[in-house]
Design a protein around this ligand. Sequence first.
Ligand code: BDP
Length: 721
Amino acid sequence: MRRKIRHCLLIIILLSHTALKAEDGYELWLRYSLVTDQQKLNDYRNTIKGWLVDNNSPTAQIIRKELQRALTGLLGKSVPEVKSATEGTLLIGTANAAALSSLDLKNRLKNVGPEGFVIFNTKVNNKNTLVIAANEDAGMLYGVFHFLRMLQTHQPIGKLAIESTPKTKVRILNHWDNLDRTVERGYAGFSLWDWHKLPDHIDPRYHDYARANASIGINGTVLTNVNANALILTPAYLKKVTALADLFRPYGIRVYLTARFSAPIEIGGLKTADPLDAQVQEWWKRKVAEIYKVIPDFGGFLVKANSEGQPGPQNYNRNHADGANMLADAVKPFNGIVMWRAFVYDNNVPVDRTKQAYNEFKPLDGTFRGNVMVQVKNGPLDFQPREPFHPLFGAMPSTPLMMEFQITQEYLGFATHLVYLAPLFKECLDADTHAKGKGSTVARVIDGSLENHTLSGMAGVANIGNDRNWCGHPVAQSNWYSFGRLAWDHTLSAEAIADEWVRMTFSNNVAVVSNIKNIMIASRDITVKYMTPLGLHHIMGWNHHYGPGPWIKDKPRADWTSVYYHQAEEKGIGFNRTTSGSNALEQYQSPVQQLYSDPEKCDERYLLWFHHVSWDRKMKSGRTLWDELCHQYYQGADSAKWMQQQWNTLEGQVDDAQFRFVKSLLNIQQQEAVWWRNACVLYFQTFSKKPIPPGFEKPDQTLQYYEQLEFPFAPGIRPRW
Ligand code: BDP
């Protein structure tokens, strides 16, 4: 009886604590709040009476801490660590764990590789137990987080037979963080890495960052900006990097760095960085050996070369493979890899920037070393709200291609707009390249299964900063989350991921889950509509990329302007990428090429991406192109209002501080959606010379008003070097 009372008291305390504590988003999706479904709670309590981690590695210590924290929160009572398997023990270990020796684990684990895991109910010593097992430590950690997610989302745990293996090998965040702690295209404060105080001061946030990543299977982090600074490779900075690498190691996370191609000159005192120069090769070999001496599991390098002013092999009349291979040879003896970016464009403005990566890389297929991956952005231009998939996917069969998604919302409303990106990620992953017939999806290119590559990877440009809630917008956390989940398993649906995330982050209440999920799922299309409908692209503000700027012209490069991309004129609008235009369509394989080439068949969501069409063109809706364009802009802005209304119904059902924060951001988003709509419609109207269709409210400002707006301090601007 006394125990029962104590129990109830604990629950009341926990409940009131949760109710009173204003959440600040710091805990991400790892809040571990008390299971609210009473039946499930009883069930979980009966099934998990104690736990045992039969392992003493640093990873096992992390697991112990996580279990204590999670089970106390979720079950409302502390669940003891036990010495041997008794009734209701959660048993955790690797294949050789003594406590699991009766279970034929070798066999059960034969297909899951070094990072996969199994979870199943079974009897040990005739007692009902639940087992989480893996071949290696990291798999054990991933299995535990998977299991905790099941509790967090109120899944049944009575008959488990789970086997999970990641679909891509390198699941990695790319931090565009500078050594001065500014973050290029970062909207959540400054860099997490406090270089000045490292290596002596270890910010506790580093641990929480690592926990969050491990919970979604992210196993690598590139600490530094692709617009790289060679200083990171100097001994003083390598000490700091080592401290982070040591800390991340037990979480299964390897550290990678960006390599500035001209580092041999800048910090090595050489006269050249020519990749075929013996001294340069030697310099990199020595530098790499120096790194591996202190970081034995250093992952390797990410390189942006000969793009946007970055130095590279072309400075010495060498090609990308020459550059990548030189670094690859240096890291090879240590099992390191090189991720060489395909986001390149020439100093000479080409006919069409979207063609450049393919033109430069496709001929190099087959010439890269085995430990090189070419990292390709999801679309051929630059992380726009909607792009067709990059034509390099499926076009370089002999080279493992890695996906690069942008999690930070550089072109999607920064950290102010609620935009759930999983639908964008999925749209690209599920696209069919037809490289080897139907079903040759981008996902199968990048997971290596299409061409049987052993290396595979997915990179996400991080949206993480030192804001208390990590990502700026509370819902932006879902983009970090869904990136990790999809890198682990690209077959998951955007809906399923949103479902998990909402349950863990806000509430398991069915109505709340469905409401927030609806907003999230709709948000990307809504944003495309009020920013860049019908295949428009690159019409954002100059340099900072904040807000609309379809009028941007007369800049140092034509392909840095907006007019270059929308090509609006009196007769029509859109970029002609067919044979009568830039012929970028030739880079797609059949039948994708034919499908997009024909304006009648082309998905209207990409129409102005591939075609220049008349303002009077009849659209599928029956409207003219001009009317349809207006319609979509207005629909987008109206839907932003709908998101607000939906959110407002959640008052009192989610944490109040979070509720109010999102509410205020949605208000800004709605105003900015109207701003985008008005500015774009008024601007394009100067060409179409047609009225805004009846029934739509007229913009309350003039085009001149929108054009003269300036934002010198918009966040995330790329600094000048
Ligand atoms: C662009 C960003 C720029 C990055 C570049 C890249 O505006 O800051 O350096 O991508 O990916 O979208 O290298």
